[in-house]
Design a protein. Structure first.
Length: 99
């Protein structure tokens, strides 16, 4: 059971890093630092978009229009961190119950 909690925690951690990378990629693309006409850059951007968009889309639908500012990655990271903390507490309480 501990291995399952560890695996879920690692997957959530990797997803948080994917959200951070997608946000950085978006910023670098919008400022012209990265050129999406390059096939490798486009492939990486497309991968990050496909991985993070299902988590970001519901948050974007709930947020009001803030102009050019997108705070949905920050909110998603906070929610994922809260989920990791909740899973950690659940793991500790489960260990105390077993032993």
């Amino acid at each position: 059971m501990m291995a399952l909690f560890w695996l879920v925690d690692r997957l959530l951690s990797l997803y948080i890093w994917a959200v951070i990378l997608a946000a950085l990629f978006s910023i670098l693309t919008s400022f012209g630092v990265l050129d999406t006409r390059n096939r490798l850059v486009w492939t990486i951007g497309d991968f990050l978009y496909r991985i993070t968009e299902p988590g970001l889309r519901p948050i974007r639908n709930l947020l009001p229009n803030l102009g050019g500012i997108d705070i949905s990655p920050i909110i998603l990271i906070l929610l994922l961190q809260a989920l990791r903390m909740l899973l950690g507490e659940l793991e500790v309480s489960l260990v105390r119950t077993v032993y």
